[in-house]
Design a protein around this ligand. Structure first.
Ligand SMILES: Cc1cc2nc3c(=O)[nH]c(=O)nc-3n(C[C@H](O)[C@H](O)[C@H](O)COP(=O)(O)OP(=O)(O)OC[C@H]3O[C@@H](n4cnc5c(N)ncnc54)[C@H](O)[C@@H]3O)c2cc1C
Length: 500
């Protein structure tokens, strides 16, 4: 057994949630060890390189890299360990290509976005403004305070005395869902479907199941801090956090797959790696999903009761079929935006291969592809069950058929795509499971039914003393800025517990 009892915190996984926890703790003087099963950091915010292209694995619409307020958590996490990341402002968050000719851009300028939307629904002008203004109210509350652990009573008291109105505002919105607020102001069914898509494209559930706190954050921050692309690719964020971690005295080991969280008298005391090596630490943090943590790293049969309840409330969202394409620049019509969403039939919004998400990061950072070429990353929901029990040739054939179905549909936005394709790599839910270490390749937890906003999402502490969870299966959910929040909160709670 390798005894390193002076390790304050062992973090399992170097996703952005794990790295923000680790860097925050290291910046406070804690001794931190991050154990990552893969070759590089970042998890779903990682990257890979092929034939001169640098592809983002997943995330590419990045919130939290702004300069003002308190919700720019990625910028703040980086600067806490004395590193920074150049960010390229994206003038349009999404260009929607939706059924019934609903073609619309979400401009960075709030009033311009409202005008664009109102042009499609002139009779709903007032309702549109009232709904999005209410989202802004949520955001203003969040953006006025330090975002730390809601499990720490002294912090809660301090924030309450400093910002009583903002706190009361947030308490009011905590149990609400965006769809209920939208329906108070908006009646047009097509516009309500648009609001569903506005939520679905990051929460992977329609508006009635999307917490108002998260909607308030996304629908407002895109006009405040804005969507910004990290120069050099999304993988830079994790790489910079690792640089900062090491500068602050923390350590990271790659190809270090944790197979077991070790407990003694019911308390988490260490971890065991696939190669048998054991590390002990005062606190253990899992950046794996809650399913992986409580079913794989700990014995599933002794799962704590509150985790079982959580699983009754939340299920795994689907994974994705991802097409990573290199294309000739002539494919992109003049004025093409970086992010697109394509859907032809509202009924198929949540179905496998219904909504297609597109990202063209080379429009913001041309250095990610060879001269004269662009990257198009297109992905669409898919469930792992459709990809199991296939022979190698069946699997490859299924991948190819699915990829061409997506490319055919994308021809509508990018005529000539098929002919101008220079490189194509297809990832399936199995790829996501294998490379990201996420059960079933899931994007994250989604409510099984309509819940009370964010009230049922667990915080960082778990029922096992000494064990914490961080990342997208903790409050407040998926997305890089959200998991950064979870990381700030987790580190704050651990620092208080350890007396830092
Ligand atoms: C296709 C796709 C598109 C997305 N688009 C966006 C977007 O545009 N904007 C946005 O903000 N978000 C987006 N997201 C979501 C975002 O990427 C995730 O919510 C976020 O990156 C999750 O971070 P995390 O810290 O929770 O965990 P992860 O990124 O899952 O990282 C967990 C890490 O832990 C490691 N690990 C797991 N188990 C072990 C173990 N047993 N031992 C050692 N290491 C382990 C993994 O290898 C991984 O590195 C997207 C995700 C996907 C898949």
């Amino acid at each position: 057994m390798t005894k390193m009892q002076d390790i304050d915190a062992i973090v399992i996984g170097s996703g952005v949630g794990g790295l923000v926890t680790a860097t925050q703790l290291a910046a406070k003087g804690a001794k931190v060890l991050v154990l990552e099963r893969y070759l590089i950091p970042g998890g779903s915010a990682g990257y890979f390189e092929r034939q001169g292209y640098r592809f983002d694995v997943g995330a590419s619409m990045i919130f939290g890299l702004g300069q003002n307020g308190t919700t720019n958590l990625l910028t703040r996490a980086l600067s806490a360990v004395n590193v920074s990341q150049e960010a390229i402002a994206d003038p349009v968050q999404i260009h929607y290509h939706l059924p019934e000719g609903l073609d619309l851009k979400v401009d960075r300028v709030y009033e311009k976005f409202l005008q664009n939307l109102t042009a499609h629904f002139p009779h709903e002008e007032q309702g549109i403004r009232r709904f999005y203004d209410e989202c802004q109210k949520v955001f203003k509350c969040l953006n006025s305070m330090d975002l730390l652990s809601l499990e720490e009573p002294r912090y809660l008291l301090r924030v309450f005395f400093q910002h009583p109105l903002a706190c009361l505002g947030l308490v009011k919105y905590l149990p609400q869902n965006a769809g209920d607020v939208a329906r108070r102001y908006i009646k047009n069914p097509q516009l309500l479907k648009f609001i569903d898509m506005e939520c679905y494209c990051w929460s992977v559930v329609p508006s009635e199941m999307t917490p108002m706190i998260n909607a308030g954050m996304v629908f407002s921050d895109r006009h405040y801090g804005g969507v910004n692309y990290p120069k050099g690719g999304v993988g830079q964020i994790a790489q910079k956090l690792v640089q900062g971690l090491e500068k602050a005295g923390g350590k990271i080991q790659y190809q270090a797959r944790v197979t077991k969280i070790l407990t003694e008298q019911g308390k988490a005391v260490g971890v065991q790696l696939a190669n048998g090596k054991v590390y002990r630490g005062k606190r253990i943090v899992s950046n794996a999903t809650r399913w992986d943590t409580f079913e794989q790293l700990l014995p599933a049969e002794s799962m704590p009761r509150n985790e079982k309840i959580w699983q009754q409330n939340y299920q795994k969202s689907p994974s994705f079929l991802s097409l990573h394409m290199g294309v000739k620049e002539s494919v992109l019509p003049a004025g093409t935006e970086c992010h697109h969403i394509l859907l032809e039939d509202w009924e198929k919004m949540t179905a496998a291969e219904g909504t297609i998400f597109v990202s063209i990061p080379t429009l913001l950072d041309p250095d990610l592809a060879p001269n004269g070429y662009h990257i198009i990353h297109a992905f669409t929901p898919h469930w792992i069950d459709d990809w199991q029990e296939l022979s190698v040739s069946e699997y490859e054939a299924k991948k190819e058929e699915a990829a061409w179905r997506i490319i055919d549909r994308l021809e509508k936005i990018f005529p000539g795509l098929d002919a101008e394709l220079d490189y194509l790599e297809v990832g399936t839910p199995r790829t996501h499971r294998r490379f990201l270490g996420r059960e079933d390749g899931t994007y994250g937890p989604i409510p099984r039914r309509k819940l009370w906003g964010l009230l049922n999402m667990p915080f960082n502490r778990t029922a096992i003393p000494g064990l914490y969870c961080v990342g997208d299966s903790t409050f407040p959910g998926q997305g890089l800025n959200a998991v950064a929040f979870s990381g700030f909160a987790c580190a704050h709670r651990i620092a208080v517990d350890l007396g830092f």
